[in-house]
Design a protein around this ligand. Structure first.
Ligand code: FAD
Length: 502
């Protein structure tokens, strides 16, 4: 390579892209450019305004509130986690219009959670199969028929909540071995309204002129597979210089083309776009095409969806100490846990209260999994508001529940630059497929062969996929990879023990 700093382009300014860019800067790389297709940073860490409140349309929980979680420790160090409100009480209602005894429901829920959170290893089974079998064993051991029915229906609720955690529509399609490589970082912490601070932290010190918004990347030409003479007679730009001679163009193995026609030369590109976008675009985005095993990895992995429906009320119709409202169908069974679009409302069983009231006002979040999320994205606010109000009236058993004064439904599947919520492993697919997705591309034609195209993003980390910390650590992984390539090191305090594991 010529005597110059390596030019590195990061595609996507979600947590993975921003974490990679920040760490590259820390390593001393000074030619780093981030290209973001949308008009804002953060990707699936995002906010919107509802009433006077700023709500998280994407991530809102730290999955693993412990020091080994870099998201937790970063936000804690910044003093942002000092005033997290209590979770609040849980209330359970039946479709027969009465309250379910909370102690019974919580105990049954806890028992169901223990079963569903089992981590299989090379079983080849589905989560649905395992869950139905094990819960049935427990139900069969009960003498009291009424208790059996009530237990079954709570177990079914646990299954539906799991579909939300995974973004899937059917437990029988999810691999029981999904978490065999997973790192459990501890309990989840609801940090409503605060997750975006992470994005602000990642942006600190990153030069503003090297973060380019509204730059949708439409082609990534690697291995020197682009004309030496620039296409439109225009000079090709290196990541930060004004023009490029033919000789200069030859030095770079990668050319990133934006939808607006801009072309940027680089030594390395780190692609952090979501699995959903890779599924839709991988076959046309890369020239030359991605290797077959990489294309197969993209195809095999699933990209689920969830919808968060924010309902803002003039007055709360729930008790002030409440944190969640769960709706239980008395005829549901763990074996029946899968969604049905025709009965979409039946799958709206979990609502959480945004706390504290002083900060958010009176807002409930209704959660929908998988294909139900895809469906509600297509509905009007009025359709949602009417249907959900009738639904709540039926369960809570009182007719004076008002319609929300405003409503906001997330639309992650329809978002052109995201196309869903997070990755999951279907039955028969091993987490190692994520390693294949993460594998960088080595060229064969251009003299600068190594690490031309690198991949980061939540779906590339089998130990923490589907999470914000997974995205962050995948970005760090790729920055570390480049640093190792150029023999750059950081001060020893920087890498956490988890970073060493992933
Ligand atoms: C509704 C929802 C709730 C969630 N809740 C939680 C939670 O509570 N806790 C948790 O830990 N995780 C949660 N997650 C998951 C978490 O948000 C993600 O795992 C993480 O934010 C993914 O970050 P990323 O950088 O990998 O991808 P993204 O955030 O998708 O970033 C990719 C970026 O690439 C950009 N891009 C796409 N195409 C192009 C292109 N062609 N050119 C240029 N740029 C492009 C996108 O606009 C985007 O900004 C949630 C996700 C969703 C959707």
């Amino acid at each position: 390579m010529a005597d110059r700093s390596p030019a590195i382009v990061v595609v996507g300014a979600g947590v993975a892209g921003l974490a990679a860019a920040k760490k590259l800067k820390e390593y001393g790389f000074n030619d780093v450019t981030v290209l973001e297709a949308s008009e804002k940073v953060g990707g699936r860490v995002a906010t919107a305004t509802l009433g006077n409140a700023c709500v998280d349309t994407g991530a809102q929980y730290i999955h693993g509130a412990s020091e080994e979680n870099p998201v937790y420790s970063l936000l804690k160090k910044s003093g942002l986690l000092n005033q997290i409100p209590e979770m609040g009480e849980e209330a359970f209602y039946s479709n027969k219009g009465h309250k379910v005894d909370a102690n019974f429901a919580k105990n049954a829920y806890g028992a169901g959670e223990k079963i569903i959170q089992y981590r299989g290893s090379n079983t080849g089974k589905s989560l649905g199969e395992h869950y139905a079998e094990k819960t049935q064993g427990m139900i069969d051991s009960l003498q009291d028929n009424d208790k059996r029915t009530r237990m079954q229906s709570v177990f079914a609720l646990v299954g539906k909540d799991m579909l939300i955690d995974i973004g899937a529509s059917d437990l029988s399609k999810i691999s029981l071995d999904s978490w065999q490589y997973y790192i459990n970082m501890g309990d989840s912490l609801n940090i409503a309204g605060l997750m975006f601070q992470l994005v602000d932290k990642l942006l600190e010190d990153f030069p503003k002129d090297r973060l380019l918004l509204k730059r949708e990347v439409s082609k990534i030409k690697w291995d020197g597979s682009f004309p030496v003479a620039p296409p439109h007679g225009e000079p090709l730009l290196s990541a930060h210089t004004e023009s490029a001679s033919e000789e200069k163009v030859c030095q770079y193995p990668v050319c990133i083309v934006c939808e607006n026609g801009e072309e940027i030369l680089a030594d390395h590109v780190i692609v952090t776009i979501s699995l959903g976008c890779l599924k839709a675009q991988a076959s046309s985005l890369f020239i030359p095409s991605l290797p077959t095993e990489k294309m197969e990895a993209i195809e095999k992995l699933c990209f689920g969806n969830i919808a968060k429906i924010f309902l803002e009320y003039e007055e709360a119709f729930w008790e002030s100490d409440l944190g969640s409202i769960s709706l239980i169908y008395e005829d549901d069974t763990p074996a029946s846990v899968s969604t049905n679009k025709m009965q979409w409302l039946k799958n709206m069983q979990s609502f959480s209260v945004l706390r504290p009231k002083e900060r958010f006002g009176n807002i409930l979040i209704g959660w929908c999994p998988g294909d139900i999320a895809d469906l509600v994205e297509t509905m009007t606010d009025d359709e949602l508001s009417t249907a959900i109000t009738d639904h709540l009236k039926m369960f809570l058993g009182h007719s004076n529940i008002p319609k929300p004064k405003s409503i906001l439904c997330t639309k992650w599947r329809s978002n052109k630059f995201i196309k869903g919520a997070y990755a999951f492993l279907p039955v028969g697919v091993d987490g190692n497929v994520m390693d294949t997705l993460a594998q960088p591309l080595v060229g064969s034609q251009h003299p600068n062969k190594d690490l031309q195209v690198l991949f980061a993003g939540e779906a590339t980390l089998k130990t923490l996929y589907g999470t914000v910390q997974g995205a962050l650590l995948s970005g760090h992984r790729e920055a570390d990879r480049l640093a190792a390539h150029y023999k750059k090191t950081l001060a020893p305090t920087s890498a956490t023990s988890v970073e060493k594991q992933v």
